[in-house]
Design a binder for this molecule. Structure first.
Ligand code: BES
Ligand code: ZN
Ligand code: ZN
Length: 495
């Protein structure tokens, strides 16, 4: 993992590959100007000869063979200073780090300083920058057997110069633990379904368990006894055993209160008998991104050790086809006792979540529950890659999750849960089907039936959880680990 260190600001000590920031009009930051002066206006001259305008997502690098300590300068554009957010800082940092990698450098140094007009706090800027580097450092290349040195990530060391370097040093291991969680989530999503199956999730949970966290696994026999028939129906046609994974982190022994996070872990979604079309089916290896985010968050919490209590739940199944598969028009009795007629075997995520949530609410009585899922194509159509859908029966939770998402660059947009969107059952209490229109809300209304009065939020990450380049997606390749960081931030900061 990238070795990050924090030191006081000193332009003389910038070494190797130096990243500098500029706002709209290619206006250099205060310290960057100092750097420029010391080195005979090397930066201003280079900018003049370029088309770099300091625009957001603008990037421009050049080599400096005539300088002693500095080999490369990477200029990163931030756009309008008044519009800056930690989200823009993070994305700029990802671009800067990616550029440094293209230059094949291992050692990067940069300065964090307040920019006139920018309302982002310096500490938040530093966190966003380091997080951006961690995001950019990840590469999923383990199945490329003939990797040349220049294909590998070259970044090894990042030195961040900032005023509060002593304070910020404490953040570094916390950010590292966060990155480990995010990388775990990204791995689980990027791995193919012949490897990333319910058994791998069990193994992953047990590995997290080594760090002082309790892990409980329910297999098909136990779930049959308990009556988690919705979850079991989805996994019934798969040769892989369905699993419910429960990870309990107790950081505050004095309290009996637990918050709960629940992930959709459909390790592959063929659609079942309502089979998906070929185009795009392969993408459904990422239909477990919700569970991956839960795993990532639990791993990070086990290392960050905050004084809170959290239960992570992953409902892990594969939605397949065989002679035993569930059928459209089947009627199933859920763990909660409510009956569900199957309108569509491809609307399987809400079935898994319904049983997982009513089970954990019944057993553990969490004070809050948040589910996360690549649940509907409709949400992806509505929000694209920039925002995930947020639904909640609780104003405070919705507000808190939105704020946390903004802080960590995983943004949420609130959408309605209204009975007007409910699918109409014919013979049972509920129907799992949805329409193309308002389908994200139809799914949320379905889930609402299984949480009772528990303060609840539902996060639909269909557009952002799977590593596909749709407009607005984060500038990293493949899976983003979306949700991991928002969970960590929300759970650690919610009162
Ligand atoms: N896993 C899909 C949702 C999805 C689609 C996630 C695209 C990411 C990208 C989910 O199980 C599904 O198939 N939902 C259906 C529901 C419909 C049949 C009511 C959908 O959204 O079309
Ligand atoms: Zn589906
Ligand atoms: Zn699905």
């Amino acid at each position: 993992m990238l070795k990050v260190s924090a030191t006081p600001v000193d332009v003389q000590k910038l070494k190797k590959c130096v990243i500098l920031y500029a706002t709209k009009g290619a206006v250099l930051t205060h310290e960057a100007r100092k750097f420029d002066k010391i080195h005979g206006d090397v930066v201003t001259k280079a900018i003049k000869a370029s088309r770099f305008q300091g625009q957001a997502e603008g990037i421009f690098s050049f080599s400096t063979p005539h300088l002693d300590d500095v080999d490369h300068v990477v200029l990163v554009g931030l756009g309008d200073a008044a519009q800056l957010t930690s989200h823009i800082w993070r994305n700029a940092s990802i671009l800067g780090a990616t550029e440094a990698n293209k230059l094949f450098v291992s050692d990067v140094s940069l300065m964090v300083e307040s920019i006139k007009g920018d309302k982002t706090k310096e500490d938040d800027v530093a966190k966003a920058i380091v997080d951006g580097f961690h995001m950019a450092e990840y590469k999923f290349d383990r199945f490329k057997t003939d990797q040349k040195a220049h294909h590998k990530v070259s970044l090894k060391k990042l030195t961040v110069q900032l005023k509060n370097s002593a304070e910020f040093k404490k953040e570094i291991p916390l950010l590292e633990a966060q990155a480990e969680g995010v990388n775990l989530a990204r791995d689980l999503v990027n791995l193919p379904p012949n490897i990333s199956n319910p058994d791998l999730m069990v193994k992953t949970a047990k590995d997290i368990g080594k760090d002082g966290v309790k892990v409980k696994i329910l297999g098909e026999k136990e779930m049959e006894k308990l009556g988690l028939n919705l979850l079991l129906a989805v996994g019934r046609a798969s040769a892989q055993e369905s699993r419910l994974i429960i990870i309990k982190y107790t950081g505050d022994k004095k309290s009996k209160d637990y918050k709960c996070i629940v992930g959709k872990g459909v390790m592959f979604d063929t659609g079942g008998y309502n089979l998906k079309p070929s185009a795009g089916m392969a993408q459904m290896k990422g239909d477990m991104a919700g569970s991956a985010a839960v795993m990532g968050a639990m791993k990070a919490l086990s290392k960050r050790k905050p004084k809170i209590n959290v239960i992570g739940v992953c409902g892990c199944v594969m939605n397949m086809i065989d002679g035993n598969g569930f059928l459209p028009s089947d009627i199933l009795t859920s763990y909660s006792g409510k009956t569900v007629e199957i309108g569509n075997t491809d609307a399987e995520g809400r079935l898994v979540l319904a049983d997982a949530m009513s089970y954990i609410i019944d057993k553990e009585k969490p004070t809050e529950i948040i589910d996360i899922a690549t649940l509907t194509g409709a949400c992806m159509v509505a929000l694209g890659g920039s925002y995930a859908g947020l639904f909640s029966n609780n104003e405070k939770m919705a507000e808190g999750i939105k704020k946390s998402g903004d802080a960590v660059g995983e943004r949420f947009w609130r959408l309605p849960i209204d009975d007007a969107y409910a699918a109409k059952p014919m013979l049972a209490d509920l129907n799992n089907d949805g329409s193309r229109f308002g389908g994200a809300s139809t799914a949320a209304v379905f889930l609402k039936n299984f949480v009772g009065d528990t303060p609840w939020a539902h996060l639909d990450i269909a557009g952002v959880g799977i590593g596909e380049k749709i407009s607005g997606t984060s500038p990293v390749d493949g899976a983003s680990g979306f949700g991991t960081k928002a969970f960590i931030h929300y759970l650690e900061n919610a009162k």
